[in-house]
Structures are given as C-alpha cells and as structure tokens.
Design a protein around this ligand. Structure first.
Ligand code: GLN
Length: 512
C-alpha cells in the first residue's frame, strides 16, 4: 500500500487512491472492517466480514479491468466503484440482519435489498455494516435504540443526534467515509450537525422508500451522511431515481448533482462564486430559544456567504412553532398504522405460549416495542380515533399545508433559506431520557422541511462547548422543491473557502 489510509479521508480522495492503485478495494474494505469492529461508540449493529470482502473483491476485479484514467472518469464527481458504505439499520438488506434498532425485529433477515441499498451496490459500493439508530427512527438523540445509546465521537458524554445517530457517529469516528440515513423530521440533518458532518435530505419522492422500514410514509426520505458536499452530491445521485415499487416516487430524469458543483453561479466571477444568490434568514429561526453559541456560528457562516458574493435578507416562516404539534400528530398517526404489521405473526419477535390470537398480538408488541415507540403508537391511535380525528389529525393536516405555503412565500424573496439545524449543540446522553417533550421541541428548525417535502442540507460551521470538549454546530440550507443542485453548489463553495468540514475529533474513535 503506497498511501496510508487515513480515518478522515473523504470518498473523493479514496476514489483517487483506488484509481491510482495506492490501495485495493479489498484493502480498503478490510481497513474499514477493522475500524468498525473496534468501534467504541456503539454505532455498529451488524458486520459480515466475508460478505463485505466478497463484494470488495468483485469491485476490485472491475477496477482491474479498467484503465486507471477510466476508473476516475465522471469529473468533477468520481466513481463509487470499490468504496465502502454502511447502512442505517432502517434499510432492509438481503442476507443481513435488519432490526430498525428494535427488539421486535431481532433475528429478521430480509429476502430483498431496499432500492437505495441496491442502487448503491449497483454503483459498485461495498456494504461494510449496519448501523445503530433510534428504534424505528423515532428520536433525536439515538437514546431510543433497543441496543443501547450511541456515543458522539467528539465527546463520549454527548448524544450523536438522531435518529441516524449510528450513521453519523461511525463517519465522525473515521470508521467509514459515508453512511446512509433517513430523515422524517430531521434525522439526517440533525445528527450530521451534531457530529460535524455534511448530510442532505432530498425532495420528497426523489429517493425510493421501497425497503426503507416505514415510520411516517408521507415524510420519510433517504439520503447520505458524509464529510463533504461533493461526496453527498455523488452519493445522492446514485441513491435517487424513479422506482415503480414506490407509489410516491417521482418520475424525473436522473440528475448528476456533482456536474456543476464547482462552477460559480451563472454570471458570477470566480472570486465571488455565489454572486447573485439571495439567502433568506427566517426571523423565527433566530428568535428566543436559539443558543448564543449556535447563533454566533451560523451568523459567522452567513458572513462567509456574503464574502462569497451572496446577499442576505430576512424572511418569515410564521408557522415555524406550529410545525412541532403538526408533525407530532401526523408522524405518530402514520406510525400507528405502519407499525401495525409487527404483530408477532409475520415478522420478528413472537411471544411464547400465547393463550389466543389477541394475547399473541398484545404480548408480542408489549415485549417487542420500546417505550418511545409505544408512546408514538398510543398518540397516533388517539389522534386518529373517532371523535378526535377532526380536532387533531385533520387540523394538523391543515397546518401542514400552511407551513408549506409559508415556504413558498419565503422563496419568492430568496433562492435558499439558511438557519440553524438545532437550537443547541448535542446534549448529554444522561439528560436524554427525562422529558420526551424537550426532545420534540429541539426539532423546531427541521420539521417544517419534511412537512413541506423540501430538500435541505446540513453542514458544519463551528463548535460550541459541552463538558470540556468541543461539540459541533451545523448550519441548515433549504431549497425549493427539486433544487438539490443549488444546495450542494452553495455548500461546496462554502467548503472550498473554509475548513470546518475537515476538523476531526481529538482521539479518532477512542471514545471510552
Ligand atoms: N426527531 C424526529 C422524531 O422523533 C425525527 C425523526 C426522524 O427524522 N426519523 O420523529
């Protein structure tokens, strides 16, 4: 091996290393497997070294058959062939265990791959493992996993964010250069922010939900968590595309999000590549409740946007606070329906010696689901029940529409919306369990995007303090429907001028 593998390489530089034959896909896979096996963050739920190495071998054979330049084609993007990825355990994976971090699915092995998993494999990526998350993706700190909380590689006392906490922790710890996540109300953006990474949730309908264990089907989307906007662009392009197996999948031409990522915006000079970009700051995102350290980091990042040529303006999203109750009615309502399939008959855990069918259902679900999932099922069943349906569910749907209209109105005055991802840096793991409402309120800046179906990205812009160690801060960029490429270009220009995305935790992976 001529160039040593570093835990903090991004996908793009690993692709160059593979193309130059600095190391092989098999060496890279083995190196990743060793790091995942030595993980101290509890981010790993399943490893299958033989399957991983077999896939890496096949990828290396394809690389060997190419001329080195051909392996690097796709400029300014890169080929994913031979690069490792790990999946949030919400995606079903053929021959691998899939649990959704729930005891109810312990031992379940899917007979098929989720479309997103299958598309990344078709691009030549090597599946290195399945990663911890909140049970059924319900949570904001990864403390609601049946397999224990995940630690933040920046500070082992802190949560990594959630629900894709294992995905963010594994990347931040330098075990793997990228991971998949899902985002129903912030679960890609918020853990990316809390672990100092870049993550994107696409427009609803871009990524197929086939094989993504359903939480709230009208909100769920898949997306990547990686180190850079460029890596996210290449991954997102590979993950997305029309899928007839998902009835909400959009029929769009495949888009190469990396194609123009390093170009200045139309007519902008190279020195100010974001000239002409109007960035809206929602006044409700900078109001009471935002911590001083997050505010200051986001404002400094916006100053950098200005230096790059963007103009800043104030916009308003007046229904921001209402997105919390609307989401926490709609998401549990859909969850209560989606999770009814886990009945002890067809999948996973089954209670022993049931006295009759009802006893089988009741005890399998009581034993299999964790407390937060039960709380959501109860809330969801309540808001859909006769007599409360109009007052809660229908009302929440009306608010949802108004939230979407607020975004439409805001985009009349700007091209992108920018603000914080979360009000604070990551909280302590031991603070997490006391009050569920506290956790719900911390989702205030991310939920509206899902209610409106918009694309949004999170990227690192600084650090706050915790108990002595730095805790990362993220900034959110939100675009109109289907404008992922503008999000990624703006983020890439920011990352070309700054180095927040290159910071790494002090002791990579060594989080006791
Ligand atoms: N924190 C939100 C919830 O618990 C969002 C989770 C998600 O996006 N999967 O529902």
């Amino acid at each position: 091996m001529s160039a040593p593998l570093s835990p903090f390489s991004d996908l793009s530089s690993l692709a160059t290393g593979l193309a130059r034959r600095d190391f092989s896909a098999v060496e890279l896979a083995q190196w990743t497997l060793d790091r995942l096996a030595a993980d101290q963050t509890n981010s790993v739920l399943a490893l299958r070294p033989e399957a991983t190495l077999r896939q890496a071998n096949a990828a290396q054979q394809r690389l060997d058959a190419m001329r080195p330049e051909a392996a690097q084609r796709e400029t300014p993007g890169f080929s994913l062939l031979g690069l490792p990825i790990a999946h949030k355990d919400i995606f079903v994976t053929r021959d691998w265990p899939t649990t959704a971090a729930s005891k109810i699915l312990q031992g379940y092995v899917s007979p098929f791959d989720a479309t997103v998993v299958q598309r990344l494999a078709a691009a030549g990526m090597v599946c290195a493992g399945k990663l911890n998350c909140d049970e059924f993706a319900m949570g904001s700190g990864n403390t609601h996993s049946a397999f224990g909380p995940v630690k933040n590689p920046w500070d082992p006392l802190a949560v990594p964010g959630g629900s894709s906490g294992g995905s963010a922790a594994a990347v931040a710890a330098g075990h793997i250069p990228a991971a998949t996540g899902t985002d129903t109300g912030g679960s890609i953006r918020q853990p990316s922010a809390m672990c100092g990474l870049t993550g994107i949730k696409p427009t609803y309908g871009r990524a197929s939900r086939w094989g993504m264990i359903a939480y709230a089907s009208s909100l769920d989307q898949a997306g990547p968590i990686a180190r850079t906007a460029l890596d996210c662009a290449v991954l997102l392009a590979a993950m997305c595309g029309f899928d007839p197996k998902d009835s909400t999948s959009l029929q769009l031409d495949e888009e190469n999000f990396a194609a123009e990522i390093n170009q200045p915006l139309k007519g902008a000079p190279i020195s100010t590549p974001l000239s002409g970009l109007r960035v809206g700051m929602p006044k409700e995102f900078f109001a009471d409740g935002l911590s001083a350290e997050v505010r200051s980091a986001v404002e400094q990042a916006l100053t950098e946007f200005k230096r790059l040529g963007a103009t800043l303006c104030e916009v308003s999203l007046p229904r921001t606070a209402l997105s919390i109750p609307a989401y926490y009615v709609i998401a549990p309502a859909e969850a209560s329906s989606n999770l009814s399939r886990f009945d002890g008959v067809r999948y996973g855990h089954r209670a022993a010696a049931p006295s009759d069918l009802l006893d089988l259902y009741c005890r399998s679900r009581a034993e299999g689901f964790g407390a937060e999932v039960k709380r959501r099922i109860l809330i969801g069943t309540f808001v859909l029940s006769h007599g409360y349906y109009d007052a809660y569910y229908i009302q929440a749907q009306r608010v949802r529409r108004l939230v979407a209209q607020d975004f439409d109105a805001a985009f009349e005055g700007c091209d992108l919306i920018a603000g914080p991802v979360a009000p604070t840096v990551a909280w302590n793991i031991d603070q997490a369990t006391s009050n569920p409402l506290q956790e719900y309120l911390a989702d205030i800046y991310t939920l509206g995007v899902n209610l409106a179906g918009l694309p949004a990205l999170s990227m690192p812009v600084g650090f706050g303090s915790g108990t002595g160690r730095p805790r990362p801060i993220g900034m959110q960029l939100i675009a109109p429907r289907l404008n992922e490429s503008l999000l990624l270009r703006a983020a890439h220009q920011f990352q070309s001028a700054t180095d927040w995305h290159q910071k790494m935790p002090e002791q990579p992976g060594a989080t006791q």
